[in-house]
Design a protein around this ligand. Structure first.
Ligand code: CMC
Length: 453
């Protein structure tokens, strides 16, 4: 009896693909040989030609499941939202290159594009902006919610709690299949997340909560709620607001990353959108994901305090006996360069010039990048600066404390989470997410009474 299994792809078949977001099979298949039997598994392709073996029938036909730790090689859905080619450093939202959106668009326009699939007309953009702007206030009762946390609570914990907390105020809009309720929830979430994020910061530093200003644009309003105090006027620096808007655009979606997959998985249980987004915020918090921007600055500060010895930290990151990894380097998908990092690096130059922020850490970051890009360890493993490497420096130059960086990332990623959730809920193919496992624990045994143990 052969326990060996072989998968054969059909490499010669043309790479035609449908552009309808459902993938196309074109009659292709892969053959799996296992235990003396062969099984044909359909091969589907996306609109950019990426192939995948559909294993939906595998267990029923062979008794096998697939094992893929960390989902390194597993497609969980068909999606028409974001295209990412890690080898060529390509990122597109709904087909539009990130470089063009970064240069020409605005965050609210990108949020519309991700959520509804097309760039808005002028009238649609005005209506969308007005709708979002007029939901920025949070229920006054929610002020007390912030008061209940310890003064030094991490703003990501407060943001995740406050987001699911919103669901308690809007109990009539929980149904994920009610289009009007979903629409209202989307507007509320995009409008209110900056308010919740800014208030979690104000709470931490003991300043009064600052109410939104609907005459300001999205990024400027966030800066206002973060940095204004009732005692004196606060002027938003337009270059700073522009840089923040750019960061939000660059973070807006990144296909099936950890937090987005979390939003889809939690949402697949048909819980309300607030709960799904709150779960995504929690997933984003981790240092291997959105929390890396905070970790980058901590590392740069450590290097600065340690006399600026960049090589020492490069060596530490390379040491297999050491846990330390260089935050802001490496990516599961990008193995050439992260196009977002390229754009952010240019923006960092501009923001540091506009704010006159001290650039000692920026200098250390540049040295780190320079050394790493020429180091065999990093080159061999294709480890390049990712989006988080320079974004923390911009947030810091703007005046955000380190523990607020990931809150800003969450505000940026929100439209992507929403678009992915909406696509998942709207797809007839969606089933509750429920991976399988291979059990490795004790086999059946009889209960032993306490006195006999
Ligand atoms: N510093 C040193 N070595 C690294 C690093 C790093 N930053 N990243 C990966 N490696 C090594 C890793 O030790 C492994 O080496 P070996 O083959 O000798 O065992 C090899 O490179 C492959 O790494 P991996 O951990 O198997 O790759 P992964 O795809 O599982 O992890 C990653 C990707 C982003 C979690 C990882 O590169 C990492 O931990 N980077 C630092 C944290 C970070 O910057 N995260 C933000 C990611 S981008 C934005 C986001 O997702 O929010």
């Amino acid at each position: 009896m052969s326990e060996r299994s072989v998968l054969h792809g059909d490499a010669d078949l043309d790479r035609q693909a449908s552009g309808d977001g459902r993938g196309s099979s074109n009659g292709q298949s892969a053959t799996l040989s296992y235990d003396g039997r062969t099984t044909e598994l359909p091969v589907i392709r996306g609109s950019e030609g990426e192939p995948a073996i559909d294993i939906g029938r595998l267990r029923a036909e062979t008794g096998l499941i697939t094992m893929d730790r960390g989902y390194m090689n597993t497609g969980s859905c068909l999606s028409a939202i974001t295209f990412l080619d890690g080898e060529r450093g390509i990122l597109r939202y709904r087909g539009y290159p990130i470089e063009q959106l970064a240069e020409k668009s605005s965050f609210l326009e990108v949020a519309y594009l991700l959520t509804y699939g097309e760039l808005p007309t002028r009238a649609q953009l005005e209506a969308w902006t007005s709708d979002v702007t007029h939901h920025t206030l949070i229920h006054e009762e929610m002020r007390r919610f912030f008061d209940s946390f310890p003064y030094d609570a991490h703003p990501m914990a407060v943001l995740a709690s406050a987001t699911v907390g919103l669901s308690t105020f809007y109990q009539d809009s929980h149904d994920p299949f009610d289009p009007a309720a979903v629409e209202l929830t989307i507007q509320r979430l995009i409008a209110k997340l900056p308010t919740l994020a800014a208030w979690s910061f104000k709470k931490a530093i003991g300043q009064p909560y600052v109410y939104p200003r609907n005459d300001l644009d999205y990024a400027a309003n966030l800066l206002h709620m973060m940095f204004a105090v009732p005692a004196e006027p606060y002027e938003v620096h337009p270059d700073v607001a522009k840089a923040l808007d750019l960061l939000l655009i660059l973070h807006a979606d990144h296909e099936q990353n950890c937090s987005t997959s979390t939003v889809r998985l939690v949402g697949s249980s048909q819980v309300n959108l607030y709960a799904s987004i709150s779960a995504g915020i929690s997933a984003l918090w981790g240092p291997l994901h959105g929390g890396a921007n905070e970790a980058v600055i901590r590392t740069l500060e450590r290097i600065a305090a340690d006399g600026g010895n960049v090589q020492k930290y490069i060596d530490k990151a390379k040491d297999p006996n050491h846990e330390f990894k260089l935050p802001g380097f490496g990516h599961r998908v990008y193995k050439n360069f992260d196009p977002r990092a390229t754009i952010i690096k240019t923006a960092a130059d501009r923001v540091l010039a506009a704010t006159g922020a001290d650039d000692q850490l920026y200098e250390i970051a540049r040295q780190l990048e320079e050394v790493a890009l020429h180091d065999e360890y990093f080159v061999k493993r294709k480890l390049y600066p990712n989006v988080d490497f320079y974004s923390g420096l911009i947030y810091r130059a703007i005046g955000f404390p380190k523990n607020m960086f990931t809150n800003c990332f969450a505000i940026g990623r929100l439209p992507g989470w929403i678009a992915q959730w909406k696509e998942m809920i709207g797809s007839a193919d969606t089933k509750i997410g429920r991976p399988r496992q291979i059990y490795t624990g004790a086999t059946a045994r009889d209960y032993v009474p306490l006195e006999a143990r």
